[in-house]
Design a protein around this ligand. Structure first.
Ligand SMILES: *Cc1c(COP(=O)(O)O)cnc(C)c1O
Length: 390
C-alpha cells in the first residue's frame, strides 16, 4: 500500500487531503517525497509564522527537550513561567496555557460563564455569523456556521449570532441573560473579513454598558500576522480576554488565554486545568517567537504584505473572475466568482501552496519572513492558473 491507501484504511475520514507528501520543510519552502520544491503560502493554517524550522526557535525547543519534555502543572517549569510572564506583561493581565485553539477559547468561554454565574445567572454569549472558534462541542456551538452544527444538535446553550461588522445586529441580541461577546478581529475560516474600527469600538462600548466580557479570538490573526503582535493593536480597542494558538510556538502545540486583571482573577484552584497545557518545549519555542516579533521585524513584514496586496489587487484588474481582495497584513483572501478549491489545487501542481476557504476564497497565510521575490513568484503562479480558467 502507498501512504495514501494506508491513511485511507486506518484513519477516520476527517480530512480531505491533497496528494502532497511532505518530506522536509525549511523557511518558506517545503519539498515533497519526489524532491519537488513548493513555496508555502499557507504555513499550516497560519502556524509557522516565522517559517519552517526557524533556527533560534528550534534551538530553544531542543535545548528544553534535552532537559525534560514534561513535568506536570503541579510543579514549576521555568520555560513555562518565563513565557507566561512575557505574555501576561504584553497583555497586562494573567495567562492560562493549554494546547490548542479550541482549548484556549474553551477557557475564555468558561471564564465568561463563571462571571455570568456570579452576576445574576447570565449565560448567553453573542458570536458572529461566519465565525470559527474550534472543534470541541462548546466551541463549535460558538461557531457561526450552520454546516458545523447539523449532526450535533442539540448544542450546549447558549450562543446567539449577530452579523459581523453590524453593531445594530449585536444590540438587538442583548438581554438580561447576555454575559459575553466573542469575535475574531479578522475572520479567518469564514472567508477573511476584517472588522472595522467602529465595529470593535461599538462592541467595547456595548460590553462596558451591559457588563459583558469581550473576547477576541486571535488564534488565526494574532502573533504578528497583521503587522502587530495582537491584531487588536491595529484598532486600539482592547478586549477583556484574547486567545492565541496556531502560530504562538511556530509549529509546536500551544494555546494561550490572556485575561485582563478583572477576569484573570476569576478562576480559583480547581476551576480549570489540563495535563499537557503549557508544555515546556512548546513554551521555550514560544518565548523565542515572542522575542523575534519586534516592531522592526513586524514593520518589515508589513512592507512585504503591502507589496503582495498590491500585486493581488492587480490580479483583480486583470481577471474578471476575481471579485475582491481582502485582509490585513499577511492574512489575505482573494474572493473569486467561481469555486476556489480547483484554483488552489492547480497552484499546488505548479509549486505554490495556498488554500481555499468558504468555497470561493483563496486564502493566503504566508510566513511573515517572505521576501518580495517570494510574493512575485506566488502571484505569478496564481496569475497563470487564473488565466487558464475558461
Ligand atoms: C484554528 C482556529 C481555532 C481552533 O484552533 P485549534 O488549534 O484547531 O483547536 C479557533 N479559532 C480560530 C479563529 C481559528 O482559526
Amino acid at each position: 500500500m502507498n501512504i495514501k491507501q494506508t491513511e485511507n484504511k486506518y484513519f477516520m475520514h476527517t480530512y480531505k487531503r491533497s496528494d502532497l507528501v511532505v518530506k522536509k520543510a525549511k523557511g518558506q519552502f517545503l519539498w515533497d517525497d519526489k524532491g519537488k520544491k513548493y513555496l508555502d503560502f499557507f504555513t499550516g493554517i497560519s502556524v509557522c509564522n516565522l517559517g519552517h524550522l526557524n533556527n533560534a526557535v528550534v534551538k530553544a525547543a531542543v535545548n528544553q527537550l534535552s532537559r525534560y519534555a514534561h513535568v506536570s502543572n503541579l510543579y514549576y517549569a521555568p520555560a513555562q513561567v518565563n513565557l507566561g510572564e512575557a505574555l501576561a506583561k504584553k497583555f497586562n493581565g494573567k495567562v492560562f496555557l493549554s494546547n490548542t485553539g479550541a482549548e484556549a477559547n474553551e477557557c475564555a468561554l468558561k471564564i465568561a460563564r463563571k462571571y455570568g454565574h456570579q452576576t445574576g445567572g447570565r449565560y448567553e454569549i453573542i458570536s458572529f455569523n461566519n465565525s470559527f472558534h474550534g472543534r470541541t462541542v462548546f466551541t463549535l456551538a460558538a461557531t457561526g456556521q450552520k454546516k458545523f452544527h447539523d449532526y450535533l444538535k442539540p448544542l450546549p446553550p447558549k450562543f446567539v449570532f449577530a452579523d459581523f461588522n453590524d453593531i445594530n445586529s449585536v444590540k438587538k441580541l442583548i438581554n438580561k441573560k447576555t454575559v459575553a461577546i466573542i469575535v475574531e478581529p479578522v475572520q479567518g475560516e469564514g472567508g477573511i473579513f476584517t472588522s472595522t474600527k467602529e465595529f470593535l469600538k461599538g462592541l467595547r462600548a456595548l460590553a462596558d454598558k451591559h457588563n459583558l466580557v469581550l473576547i477576541y479570538d486571535e488564534i488565526q490573526c494574532g502573533v504578528g500576522r497583521t503587522g502587530k503582535f495582537f491584531a487588536f493593536e491595529n484598532y486600539g480597542v482592547k478586549p477583556d480576554i484574547v486567545t492565541l494558538a496556531k502560530s504562538i510556538a511556530n509549529g509546536l502545540p500551544l494555546g494561550v488565554t490572556l485575561a485582563n486583571k478583572k477576569f484573570g482573577e476569576l478562576f480559583t484552584y480547581g476551576d480549570h486545568g489540563t495535563t499537557f497545557g503549557g508544555n515546556p518545549v512548546s513554551c521555550a519555542a514560544a518565548l523565542e517567537v515572542v522575542r523575534q516579533m519586534t516592531p522592526k521585524f513586524l514593520n518589515k513584514s508589513l512592507k512585504t504584505a503591502k507589496y503582495l496586496r498590491e500585486k493581488l489587487e492587480n490580479l483583480k484588474k486583470k481577471h474578471s473572475i476575481v471579485k475582491e481582495v481582502r485582509g490585513l497584513g499577511l492574512i489575505l483572501g482573494v474572493d473569486l466568482k467561481i469555486p476556489a478549491a480547483q484554483i488552489a489545487a492547480e497552484c499546488l501542481k505548479k509549486g505554490l501552496i495556498i488554500n481555499c476557504t468558504h468555497n470561493t476564497v483563496l486564502r493566503l497565510l504566508p510566513p511573515l519572513t517572505i521576501t518580495k521575490k517570494d510574493a512575485d513568484a506566488a502571484v505569478k503562479i496564481i496569475d497563470v492558473v487564473l488565466s487558464q480558467v475558461k
